[in-house]
Design a protein around this ligand. Sequence first.
Ligand SMILES: *Cc1c(COP(=O)(O)O)cnc(C)c1O
Length: 372
Amino acid sequence: MSVPLLDLTGQYQSIKSEILAEIAEVCDSQRFILGPKVEKLESEIAAYCGTPYACGVTSGSDALIISLMTEGIGPGDEVITTPFTFFATVGAIARVGATPVFADIDPRTFNINPAEIEKKITAKTRAIIPVHLFGQCADMDPIMDIARQHHLIVIEDACQAIGTEYRGRRVGSIGDYGAFSFFPSKNLGCFGDGGIVTVRDPEKAKLLKIFRNHGQSDTYIHRYVGGNFRLDALQAAILSIKLRHLDSWSAARQHNAAEYRELFTAAGVRGITLPFAADYCTRHIYNQFSILVADGRRDALRAHLNEKKIGCNVYYPLSLHLQDCFLHLGGKPGDYPVSERVSGEILALPIYPESTRAQREEVVGAIAEFMK
Ligand SMILES: *Cc1c(COP(=O)(O)O)cnc(C)c1O
């Protein structure tokens, strides 16, 4: 039996008629940019995340960029973040001309370690971007304490974590901004690129909308240089439909994760570490189910699974301080030992909502066979 890492076709079939009706409505209206569908989605996502405002944008990457732009963060400013994340988190900092500064991760959650943040603060630090990686939240209370003490902005990179809760609070409602992605492989994905920023402060909410549209405060009157970060009405309409199903999809991922734990334990597989679920993460949405493979066997296990037609992938194989485009920041091997070790051991397994128990048995069986 082949097991894909992700297969979106089953989910689409289950909501196809709802989606196509909604697409037809947008086509009939011929209103494709912003407008009522985007406004509807913004209020739905704001309510879902427990924030008063949201601003629909072109992608999760742009959600990060526009948050930084709204704060006027740019050349000469430092932004502290994790070296173990998707490129866009750090790319956004560089794109606005600011300097990324890394703080190493917690070895169990793979999220930024608050104790490491404190060591990296200088007079130039303006913001912290914690990432809620794989659907598990970063430890936000100590991060917010540090931010308050040093007057720093907190932008939550919640691109993999819509609906995740930290001590009962939804991510995106804790920091100053929450950046979300609707890339198709996220728990809530659209039919192309899309993203949204959640925000608590009404003035910041207004500014986000100005920056989203070329910094235009009135028609053809520009107080700032923003960009075209506008969300399409078609994507917003599709997302409003999908949002109704999101909780059941995230519950299916949680169920699948629990089933993996049960199957791995029953099989007595050695040499791997199952994902750690922090007690402060009161709702984990399992965008990924990533195991650690010890003793330098990760790449061989990956090849073994590929041979058996079992999908798996490495998020992320190279710590960001060692990427060519960031070497000028002075990063060297050994600087962020936890991030570097985890990049060499991590392996994501299929966890998508529609995957079956039989498929998980296949995955666990293949891993048990290899690791014995
Ligand atoms: C997906 C993702 C992004 C970027 O989102 P896009 O919509 O692809 O631009 C940023 N950060 C993290 C952690 C992500 O997973």
